[in-house]
Design a binder for this molecule. Structure first.
Ligand code: 5GP
Length: 177
């Protein structure tokens, strides 16, 4: 039987419009700074990063990093572990960490602190989605796509147990579906 598709929270058109706006903002902010490094956090940011990077009007390099959350049984402990590091040095370069979603804020906080210690010229953060009510850690997100409430979202790179990553829109998983 065909599974019901997740309900739409943010349409493909709205995402495209917002991605264009963020890319224009980043392009303006870094217009005189030379090359920037867009550092995508795998896996969830891969589509967002692909779209943002193609809309920038400034020189950019692409890098990836991967983290996972330590778990006690199936419950996330909040601690973050690096599972794949950046390949190139980020020293003296302008870095923007690109995340799919900021929830508690632990991941972006961990990455920001770790990468800051590697002497980049500057470091900023960009997230497509922000569950603002749930964020516990004090983090500044410099570029935010959309603020959302506390629901499990999928699509446009985000998954539910590896399903729905390639949906073109942001959908909500309804536990009763
Ligand atoms: P944080 O460290 O901010 O609590 O969690 C960030 C990570 O949790 C994200 O990079 C993402 O992997 C995952 N996450 C949090 N909320 C959601 C959600 O609603 N959907 C999906 N697919 N992942 C989420």
């Amino acid at each position: 039987m065909q599974r019901k598709l997740p309900d739409t929270l943010i349409s493909e058109e709205k995402i495209a419009k917002r991605v264009n706006e963020i890319a224009a903002e980043i392009s303006a902010d870094y217009a005189d700074k030379g090359e920037i490094v867009l550092l995508g956090v795998l896996k969830g940011s891969f589509i967002f990063l692909a779209d943002i990077s193609r809309r920038l009007t400034i020189p950019r390099a692409i890098e990836f990093i991967a983290v996972s959350n330590y778990e006690h049984g199936s419950i996330p402990s909040g601690a973050v572990r690096l599972v794949m590091d950046v390949r190139e040095s980020i020293a003296d370069r302008h870095v923007i960490i690109v995340e799919d979603i900021v929830d508690t804020g632990q991941t972006i906080h961990y990455l920001h602190e770790m990468l800051k210690s590697r002497s980049p010229a500057s470091i900023k953060t960009c997230a497509l989605l922000h569950k603002a009510q749930k964020t516990k850690v004090d983090v500044d997100i410099d570029y935010v796509g959309f603020t959302i409430s506390d629901e499990w979202v999928v699509g446009y790179g985000l998954d539910y147990a590896e399903h729905d990553r390639t949906l073109p829109y942001i959908g909500v998983i309804n536990p009763t579906d």
